[in-house]
Design a protein around this ligand. Structure first.
Ligand code: ADP
Length: 395
């Protein structure tokens, strides 16, 4: 834990110097100060109450002049002491004291200051000791921050490891559920009555959804744990899109969406990980399909941007996303709270995973949206990933 202000009180540097009475002659005070060369001064006290500070610098100045010396030597210290020395409460933090010296009490730099608890004298403080304490505090803070940073890294790695192993544990029984339900659907164990067949198909559909989610979480955990390497090869963005459209076909038809594809005449090929690119495209395209009410229109553009970066845009005229949610939805499990979203199946992992996979390729993900109007999601990869000699393709 990072030390709070209270843990560095100035009391830690209080020198318990024996104070003097205000009647002690100046000559005697100077003699004592000469015997104790580390003291910036001596506190002048009556009972427990601080009357002033006999500063070494002031006395040396007086005694340097023979005339003043003669007059002061036997006079009581109260005549030359600083009657308004800097008083510091023992529990004040070292930084607060330094700040006060810098702004209001510059003389304390050479005179020192008196540390009190309430009105009672505790000890004398010097600028040198204060500086040492401030340095010790700064060092401690650096150590604390470093420890906190290392703890956070360990905790994050532990979380990713936990997610990865949980996902593994879940995948095995899920695959069994899917396998057996498929066998039942295929009547391998004998024909099922229609009602039971319907139930089995529900089991398989839910199992498939759950498996997709588990796979997404596993992927996300792997990327976050830095265990995900890219298998780079030539990827045609339009081929990836064709696959995505094929997989989304039933959903698009069910919602009656109108799909428009715009692709540069010479197709765009990039150096990337095919499976990852397909995953990114599918996640973003599926969102456009899901979050656009029936009979909507979705446009996908595969192109180079103004500065030659290859990538694609998915534009929909769906429910849109309010400005204040745009950042948050990139976090794992974040979903916008609305009736439409609640009724739409989803876990909030898709965008987070897409973002991580795009980052892994050194690319960018930008979302612009207007609530009730639609959303534009743009993915750009570094220009260096473009493979320039892409074979000609029809638009
Ligand atoms: P999921 O779709 O599984 O909830 P995502 O991570 O893909 O998770 O998306 C997070 C949230 O962002 C969604 O729940 C939805 O609220 C919002 N969202 C994503 N894409 C769109 C879109 N094209 N239009 C409107 N809202 C969207």
């Amino acid at each position: 834990m990072i030390n709070d202000v209270q843990s560095w009180p100035v009391a830690r540097i209080a020198q318990p110097i024996e104070p003097i009475a205000d009647s002690v002659p100046c000559g005697e005070v100077l003699k004592r100060l000469l015997d104790e060369p580390d003291r910036p001064g001596l506190p002048v006290i009556a009972g427990d109450r601080v009357l002033g500070l006999a500063a070494r610098s002031r006395l040396l100045q007086i005694f340097a002049n023979p005339l003043h010396r003669a007059t002061c030597e036997r006079r009581p210290i109260r005549l030359v002491m600083d009657a308004e020395p800097m008083l510091v409460q023992a529990e004040w933090d070292v930084d607060a004291v330094s700040e006060r010296i810098a702004t209001d009490h510059r003389k304390a730099l050479h005179e020192g200051f008196i540390i009190v608890r309430g009105d009672a004298y505790v000890g004398l403080g010097s600028a040198q000791d204060l500086l040492d304490l401030a340095v010790a505090k700064a060092r401690q803070s650096v150590r604390d921050i470093d420890r906190a940073r290392r703890d956070a890294i360990t905790a994050s790695a532990a979380k990713s490891e936990f997610l990865a192993s949980m996902s593994h544990e879940l995948r095995t029984p899920l695959n069994a559920i899917l396998g057996f339900s498929q066998m039942l659907e295929l009547d391998i164990g004998g024909a099922l009555p229609p009602r039971q067949r319907e139930y089995v198909s529900h089991i398989r559909a839910s199992g498939t959804l759950l498996l997709d989610l588990v796979n997404d979480i596993l992927d996300l955990a792997r990327v976050e744990a830095g265990q995900s390497d890219l298998r780079e090869e030539r990827v045609s963005l339009s081929t990836a899109l064709e696959k995505c459209l094929r997989l989304s076909g039933p959903r698009i038809q069910a919602k009656g969406h109108h799909i428009i594809v715009e692709c540069a005449r010479r197709g765009i090929d990039i150096l990337a990980d095919t499976r990852r690119i397909e995953q990114i495209m599918l996640n973003l395209f599926t969102n456009a399909v899901k979050y656009t009410p029936d009979d909507g229109s979705i446009r996908v553009r595969i192109n180079l941007d103004d500065i030659g970066r290859p990538g694609f845009q998915v534009l929909d005229n769906g429910i849109g996303i309010a400005q204040e949610h745009l950042k948050r939805i990139l976090e794992p499990f974040a979903r916008v709270e609305s009736a439409y979203v609640r009724e739409t199946e989803g876990s909030g992992v898709g965008l987070a995973l897409a973002k991580q996979l795009i980052d892994l390729h050194g690319g960018t993900l930008d979302i612009t949206s207007t609530l009730g109007v639609g959303t534009v999601v743009e993915v750009r990869f570094p220009a260096a990933r473009l493979i320039a000699d892409a074979p000609a393709q029809s638009a």
